[in-house]
Design a binder for this molecule. Structure first.
Ligand code: XIL
Length: 759
């Protein structure tokens, strides 16, 4: 799992699409939706959509550091970016990549997420289903050679799967050789004679020996010129017979610090050279927000950036250049971009309206769509409606935002557009327009066949649940969201509102509103409430991140006491400790572990039990549902805690799965061993992200099999999914849940219904 930090004093975590009218005027820091660590095979692509969010809906800046060579970090033009990388053999190993979101209005407010990307060679076991891809030849640059001189270069084949491809040469000129260097590469050598003046094109083919049809070619043009009559010390003279072929690192030419005046766009051509004449690769590790680094198609790239007022001051960017023949040879250069304001010059950027998703609501529901204009100049734009549905109104929230309020009736059925205009408060000629489509549909659109999941579950004494978004009452479609949840589930977990960063922003200052709202909602709808989590390493408030570990115990106990006592008798199950282990089974070096060692686990359970003797107390973690070093470590921990008399009642298995999941037998046996310890079993955060293209049937099958395993295991008490509509999921790009983003049932929904009914 990724590590997440927010450098700020305010609540760092917000689920998708939330409204913050209760925080008028406070600028909250942005957050980045959490990102799982990635495992990727050489030659396969890893692709991550990085989604920064800002409570104020000001689109935050987004940067990446330690971007691997060859990776890209595309601007999706919707506030998100996509990190994409196809690692090669030389990238095998693990690396940390950090994404940072920067508040658009206050660059001191930032949040980072670091993930580990592990690249495995594909010969590793346990990685079935890998497509064998064609090998390729590392790019070669054309060259010129004089009669009498020689040319020599290495031809490097690479195979995405990490095997050494075979290599052949076509149309070798007379007298040329192509020798095996005994390291998987071959050396091309040629000393042309005066009969060979002119262009020769040679092609090199890399092919997979086991599947020779998998091949690709690289051609190089060698221009042979007649002997020159100039002195050999001319610096432009090409390689002479005495010059060794240089294999040194490439270097930048004329790359320097830059001044940029606000309002200007910097356009900087980045050029690197290599003594051996090959064209080196170019990359940048930290592309400033709104900057680009385009390939000019001639071996150079252009860095282009128009800074905003938020960028005033220094920004360092690091470029690297990589030897085309040996990726280990690289040179880094950091330049400083100093953005200054010219006081004689008026610069004014146009405002924007933050992206709004088209809402769908039922006839009879009230739409409450918040619209927020922002201006890069930090001024507050005015917002007006160009056209809004008849009967709706644009209500001023008093904080620069407005709400489109609309109580719909049967006459409103269908799609209606609403258009807004933000006008710059300084220069009224600068404006921005945004249009959304509001779909008002008949409530029967959302009808689901058969019985409701909660009724089926109630009959079996089983809990079926979901994680509720933060501040569900303020969603544009909150009535629909809350009604469907209440129809389908008999248990609910807050996705964020119990997290320490949210609920205790300052020591001893508790912000209960959102947790209270959910507790009330659960009670009104006869649902159990599952608290989550009391002790975790992530989503901590800044003051805890800065805490001296010697205070960790006191702080942890205060926090547990405050939450558990407040909801005594109202929260049935508590995730007391969340995610204590690293993947290798070692203890995570959290503030709690730093302060107390592994004893913090016992301490937390004991403290929770003192505050509520009747709540079910569980330990919760991810990637522990099947047997692996981490679940083994968790097993020993639970065993030891039981022996020590720690009041632990059960284990929560998160189960954030992907569509390539196959470990069912292992899950079954793993659940058994925990059940045999006397632990109750909860599947706490189930979802199935689709990474290999949309495949609802495959997803439904995973839903079905996990539900069956749970129902077969007498100690498995609940299956809770981490959200229920793809519209509001922490992994919504991968559509991991049982209803679509339009709240329509997917096959996964009907599989759960069927299994709960018939199994
Ligand atoms: C996630 C929430 O779903 C997101 O809204 C939030 O931005 C980050 O955290 N394991 C946990 C959950 O225990 O609390 C996490 O929830 C997902 C992983």
């Amino acid at each position: 799992m990724s590590t997440m930090n927010a450098r700020c004093g305010y609540a760092p975590w917000i689920a998708g699409s939330l409204l913050f009218s209760s925080f008028a005027f406070a600028n909250l820091p942005p957050v980045i939706d959490s990102i799982a660590d990635q495992l990727v095979l050489v030659g396969s692509a890893v692709e991550i959509v990085v989604i920064p969010r800002d409570p104020e809906r000001v689109v935050p800046g987004l940067t990446i550091s330690d971007m691997p060579n060859g990776a890209t970090f595309f601007d999706n033009q919707n506030g998100t970016r996509t990190f994409k990388w196809v690692p090669s053999t030389s990238d095998v190993g693990s690396r940390l990549i950090t994404f940072e979101a920067i508040d658009a209005l206050d660059s001191n407010l930032r949040a980072t997420v670091s993930i580990t990307v592990t690249v495995n060679a594909s010969s590793q076991p346990n990685q079935p289903g890998i497509i064998n891809q064609a090998p390729r030849v590392e790019p070669l640059s054309d060259r010129t050679v004089q009669v009498g001189e020689s040319v020599s270069f290495r031809v490097v084949p690479v195979d995405p799967e990490g095997v050494v491809p075979a290599l052949s040469a076509d149309s070798l000129p007379a007298g040329a050789s192509f020798d095996d260097n005994r390291d998987g590469t071959r050396q091309f050598r040629w000393q042309p004679n005066d009969q060979q003046v002119g262009d020769s094109t040679i092609s090199f083919t890399a092919f997979d020996e086991s599947v020779p049809s998998l091949r690709s070619e690289e051609t190089v043009k060698i221009t042979v010129t007649p002997p020159l009559a100039v002195a050999p010390d001319n610096p432009d003279t090409p390689i002479t017979p005495d010059d060794p072929v240089m294999e040194g690192a490439p270097f930048f030419v004329g790359l320097d610090d830059q001044f940029i005046t606000l309002g200007d766009t910097l356009s900087l051509r980045v050029v690197a050279k290599d003594d051996d004449g090959s064209v080196p690769g170019l990359s940048i590790d930290r592309l400033p927000e709104r900057a680009s680094f385009k390939d000019n198609g001639d071996g150079t790239r252009t860095f282009r950036w128009q800074p905003y007022p938020i960028d005033l001051g220094d920004t360092d960017v690091r470029f690297s250049t990589i030897d085309a023949n040996n990726s280990a040879n690289r040179t880094f250069q950091t330049i400083r971009l100093n953005v200054v304001r010219d006081s004689n010059r008026v610069v004014n950027f146009p405002p924007v309206i933050n992206g709004i998703r088209n809402p769908t609501i039922r006839v009879g529901d009230t739409l409450a769509q918040r619209v927020q204009p922002v201006d890069p100049d930090f001024t507050v734009p005015s917002l007006s409606a160009l056209s809004i549905p008849p009967g709706s109104q644009l209500v001023d929230n008093g904080d620069g935002t407005r709400n489109l309020q609309w109580l719909t009736d049967a006459g409103d059925l269908g799609d209606t557009q609403a258009s807004f205009r933000a006008v710059d408060s300084v220069d009224p000629s600068l404006s921005f327009e945004s249009t959304i489509t509001v779909s008002v549909v008949d409530p029967s659109t959302f009808a689901r066949d058969g019985e409701r999941l909660r009724d089926l579950a109630d009959r079996r004494g089983f809990k079926i649940g979901y994680a509720a978004v933060l501040q569900a009452s303020q969603l544009a479609d909150s009535q629909l969201y809350r009604d469907i949840a209440a129809e389908e589930f008999n248990i609910v977990t807050p996705e964020n509102s119990h997290k320490m960063g949210w609920i205790q922003p300052q020591r001893g200052v508790f912000k209960w509103e959102d947790a209270d709202e959910l507790a009330n909602y659960a009670e009104q709808n006869g649902m159990s409430l599952h608290g989550h989590p009391l002790v975790w390493f992530s989503q901590l408030p800044a003051w805890v991140q800065l805490l001296d570990p010697s205070n960790a115990q006191a702080v942890m106990r205060e926090h547990i006491r405050a939450l558990v006592s407040r909801y005594r008798g109202r929260i049935a199950i508590w995730d007391v400790v969340n995610e204590s282990f690293e993947d290798d089974g070692s203890y995570r070096n959290s503030i709690w572990h730093k302060g107390m060692g592994r004893e913090y686990i016992r301490d937390a359970f004991v403290t929770a039990r003192q505050e509520d003797p009747n709540a079910v107390l569980i330990y919760n973690d991810y990637d522990v549902a099947w047997k692996n070093p981490k679940s083994d470590a968790m097993y020993s921990m639970v065993e030891q805690e039981i022996a020590a008399g720690t009041p632990i009642d059960g284990v929560g298995f998160q189960m954030h799965l992907r569509d390539d999941f196959t470990e069912y037998d292992s899950v079954e046996r793993n659940f058994e061993r925990f059940a045999n310890l006397g632990m109750d079993i909860y599947i706490t955060e189930f979802d199935v992200a689709m990474f290999n293209g949309k495949n609802d049937e495959l997803q439904a099958d995973i839903f079905r099999r996990v539900m069956e395993i749970c129902l077969r295991q007498p100690r498995c008490k609940a299956l809770q999914s981490w959200g229920y509509t793809d519209r509001y999921s922490w992994r919504s790009n991968h559509e991991p849940l049982m209803l679509t983003d339009k709240y329509l049932p997917k096959p996964a929904y009907y599989e759960w219904q069927r299994v709960l009914r018939d199994f």
